[in-house]
Design a protein around this ligand. Structure first.
Ligand code: FES
Ligand code: FE2
Length: 397
């Protein structure tokens, strides 16, 4: 943290006494949400998408997930995940070589581990009779491939099916999609809060090219409703402009912008039947362990906030259209030609910028932040298992 930011933080907090509407929450810390507060490294016992399956090859690749280091290796159609640490002297297995099928050999002394079980099958430099074989193993992680993504389970006890952590509509329907996955600066909780945050889109994103021709409201009154495993932002009031006492009118309206943006998917537009059947009462929804769904009349945008470590989040974005044939082909072209750059690029990079510089607590919340506090409460009530800090001698690699 820079000295300027440290200096600026405290006076703003101390001087900011409430004079407007009652805040929905405020605090010097997050002690009102103890589980949330201790979930800096993410939540155990969930499946997480860690990247596109076709990006992982037979050469071991290092990834970090919930602060744990993993080596991912492909063998044919299967992808395996092992703890990225050779038990011999702690060298990363992701530096290893592929000597025999279904195994990886550590780069240092050639200890050779089974990809599936993690068992030590051979210590190449100790000969075929090496007595240490079969006496130890490295930890392995459950891996699945769905939606073109690799999913890894970090947890304990019986492993639930990966389908539990994938929205039903993506399992039950044909669709075409475009997506991006990248690691961004900032803690996963800031990314999730930013996704579900009701207030910022109207201001931060009113400069985004993706919104160049569409008006966004000036302010809304929003309520959060739980629908199954989702929390949904429901708009009770939408205001396209406001007259601010002593200041004047502020609005996102411009002569070249179309309005209104539907505040509920499908309002006033022909809606895709699959999206219609979901009967989502609002535009934006979120669910554990950190998945946002933004439902438009013709497509749905999903984003997963996958904890990498305390200061990094893997941001997996997917734009889905439930179509086949020509509309699907047209969407693919549209995605590659525009959406990928405008929405999954410039627009969400504005979010990435804010997630990186967010510095809370302390914080002083305002009315639209009820979306954030409801999300925190929801996590608290769901009693998840926060990830504890794994033993890691080298903080960064
Ligand atoms: S450190 Fe891995 S084989 Fe020696
Ligand atoms: Fe945003």
């Amino acid at each position: 943290m820079t000295i300027e930011r440290e200096a600026a933080k405290s006076p703003v907090w101390q001087n900011d006494t409430p004079e407007g509407p009652a805040p929905v929450g405020e605090g010097q810390d997050w002690s009102a949400w103890p589980l949330y507060d201790s979930s800096e490294l993410g939540l155990r016992n969930y499946w997480y998408p860690v990247g596109w399956a076709d990006r992982f090859g037979s050469k071991p690749q290092a990834i970090r997930l919930l602060g744990e280091d993993l080596a991912l290796v492909r063998e044919g159609e299967e992808i395996y995940a092992l703890h990225d640490r050779c038990p011999h002297r702690g060298v990363p297995l992701s530096l290893g070589r592929r000597e025999f099928p279904d195994t990886v050999s550590c780069a240092y002394h050639g200890w050779t581990f089974d990809l599936q079980s993690g068992e030590l099958r051979a210590a190449l430099t100790d000969g075929p009779e090496s007595p240490i074989c079969g006496k130890l193993k490295v930890r392995t992680y459950p891996v699945e491939q769905r939606l073109g993504l690799v999913w890894i389970y970090v947890g304990d006890g019986p492993v639930p099916p990966v389908e539990r952590d994938i929205p039903d509509e993506l399992l039950d329907n044909d669709f075409v999609m475009g997506g991006r996955s990248d690691v961004r600066e900032g803690n996963w909780r800031f990314a999730a809060e930013n996704g579900f945050d009701e207030g910022h889109a109207k201001y931060l994103h009113n400069t985004a090219l993706w919104r160049l021709f569409k008006v966004m409201p000036a302010w809304n009154k929003t309520r959060i409703q739980q629908v199954g495993t989702w929390l949904v932002r429901v708009q009770d009031e939408v205001h396209w402009e406001g007259n601010y006492p002593g200041l004047g009118v502020w609005t996102n309206k411009r002569w070249w912008k179309r309005m209104p943006l539907p505040d509920r998917p499908g309002r006033g537009k022909k809606i895709n039947p699959v999206i219609d059947s979901l009967e989502i009462p609002g535009f934006v929804s979120i669910r554990l362990p950190g998945l946002l769904r933004v439902a438009y009349p013709k497509f749905i945008h999903y984003e997963w906030y996958v904890p990498v470590d305390e200061d990094h989040v893997r941001y997996v974005q997917m734009m889905v259209r439930f179509e086949r044939g020509l509309p699907a082909t047209a969407f693919k072209a549209g995605y590659l030609g525009a959406i990928r750059w405008l929405f999954h690029g410039q627009f969400t990079k504005q979010d990435a910028w804010m997630v990186d510089v967010t510095d809370a607590p302390p914080e002083r919340l305002y009315r639209p932040d009820s979306s954030i506090t409801t999300w925190r409460r929801h996590l608290e009530k769901s009693k998840p298992t926060p990830q504890t800090r794994p033993l890691r001698k080298k903080a960064e690699r």
